[in-house]
Design a protein around this ligand. Structure first.
Ligand code: ADP
Ligand code: MG
Length: 423
């Protein structure tokens, strides 16, 4: 018999899938995952000691990769085969705090309080000793140091020194994994710390294409178990339909070109789920609402400036576009060239547009420079008359065409002239 999951339940499940904690298919990181898993297996299965740094921008899958490897190892060896300690440089701002949390995560804090320990190294050794003498004989340890670079700012880098020293002396089986978005993170290490580090680095770089980006979005919305549930299969059908919508794909393409960070999609999708919940009880997923939320994610500042121009200034920007087609896009131009273009347009549309004289146009041209839509090639060439100073455009030709189509109170002739460029 078919079950029927409620809309609220479906949305709750998708929300859970969108959280960073839930496992998901990772794209473009297969070699990184293999290398990391092999290293971790060597610690858990062969009781070796290792260290490695995972380096890459935020949202590039470092934490997700570590979690995926821990899940794979747990599946093979069981969760009792090893212990995990997670520290974060933004939370554990000094080594005492870190040590206390290591003890509490390993459930030996009571022993630490009773032990009379003089130094940091002695305390860390004591924690490991307690682990070994307890029921868990030589249990391999996975130490994850998120925001690794922050630990390098601690006095004398005591924690890092002691951890890497333990790894190097191979007294206890453990792997120390540092996660950081700083490429130069190794340079932050003191000499004695650096010399104990394995210098193994694994890089993460958003190494996937647009198709995979779409799959990430699709995967986080689709719910498993549709075979036995009419409501879930209806939801999945909506997802498939929305993800095939051309305007949605186009909006995601813009987003992808700006940043490949998959966290942006999650943000967008969470917004959509929220509005799906409040707008109607049916929780319909509509491509058009997705598109407007994606577009609201970023504001094109230059486009806003373009929309605030006067008609004359807009005409000059259009003229610049036409000049650039003649002399070559990205080539510099000067006021004389732009004015000639504007005059030619005005002459062929005498009755439909207001034509402005050269001095007025020059003032408008200078205003375009003041608001940085155009910039002089040589900022200090004051000996050259204003009309002849070479300029460069600071916006894309397409942004001007776009501004023309949105511009209010723009005559048909100007509109036609402004969008001709696109043809
Ligand atoms: N290559 C990838 N493929 C699919 N999802 C990814 C990928 N990289 C990151 N993500 C997703 O982006 C989110 C942020 O990733 P995370 O591992 O927390 O980044 P980091 O730790 O590098 O800052 C997670 O939900 C993760 O699943
Ligand atoms: Mg992370």
């Amino acid at each position: 018999m078919a079950n029927h999951t409620s809309t609220a339940e479906i949305i709750a499940r998708v929300r859970l899938q969108l959280s960073d904690q839930s496992p998901r298919t990772l794209y473009g990181v297969t070699p990184q995952l293999e290398q990391l898993e092999k290293l971790m297996r060597r610690t858990v299965a062969n009781l070796e000691s290792n260290s490695a740094l995972l380096i890459g921008p935020r949202g590039s899958g470092k934490s997700a990769a570590v979690n995926a490897c821990i899940a794979a190892i747990t599946a093979d060896f069981g969760s009792d085969a090893f212990a995990v300690v997670r520290l974060n440089g933004l939370i554990h701002t000094d080594d005492r705090l870190a040590l206390r949390d290591i003890a509490s995560q390993l459930k030996v804090q009571r022993a630490l309080e009773t032990g009379n320990l003089s130094s940091f190294a002695a305390a860390l050794a004591f924690i490991l000793e307690t682990l070994r003498n307890g029921s868990r004989q030589s249990q391999p340890l996975i130490v994850i140091l998120d925001e690794f670079d922050q630990f390098a700012h601690h006095a004398k880098q005591t924690l890092l020194y002691n951890l890497f020293d333990l790894v190097q002396s191979a007294e206890a089986p453990m792997i120390v994994l540092g996660l950081s978005c700083r490429l130069d993170v190794i340079e932050l290490l003191e000499k004695r710390v650096k010399s104990r580090f394995s210098h193994r680095q694994i890089h993460f770089l958003h190494n996937f294409g647009f198709d995979e980006y779409l799959s990430i979005a699709r995967n986080s919305l689709l719910i498993a178990g549709a075979e036995h549930d009419a409501a879930i299969s209806a939801w999945n059908a909506q997802v498939a339909e929305a993800m095939n919508d051309r305007s949605l794909v186009a909006a995601l393409q813009v987003q992808f070109d700006l940043s490949k960070d998959p966290r942006v999609i999650s943000t967008v999708l969470v917004c959509i789920l929220n509005s799906a919940l409040t707008a109607s009880a049916t929780g319909r997923l509509q491509a058009s609402s997705v598109v407007s939320i994606i577009q609201a994610q970023f504001v094109d500042a230059k486009a806003l400036v373009l929309q605030g121009l006067s008609t004359l200034e807009l005409c000059l920007m259009i003229a610049i576009n036409h000049v650039q087609v003649k002399v070559g896009v990205l080539e510099p131009f000067n006021f004389e060239m732009v004015y000639e273009e504007y005059k030619a347009f005005a002459n062929s549309n005498v009755h439909v547009i207001d034509f402005f004289s050269k001095p007025v146009s020059l003032k408008a041209f200078e205003h375009l420079q003041a608001i940085e839509l155009i910039k002089p090639v040589h900022p200090n060439a004051f000996h050259v008359p204003k009309e002849y100073r070479m300029m460069r455009m600071m916006v894309e030709p397409a942004q001007i065409v776009d501004a023309v189509t949105r511009f209010q109170d723009c005559s048909t002739a100007v509109r036609r002239w402004g969008s001709q460029w696109a043809e």
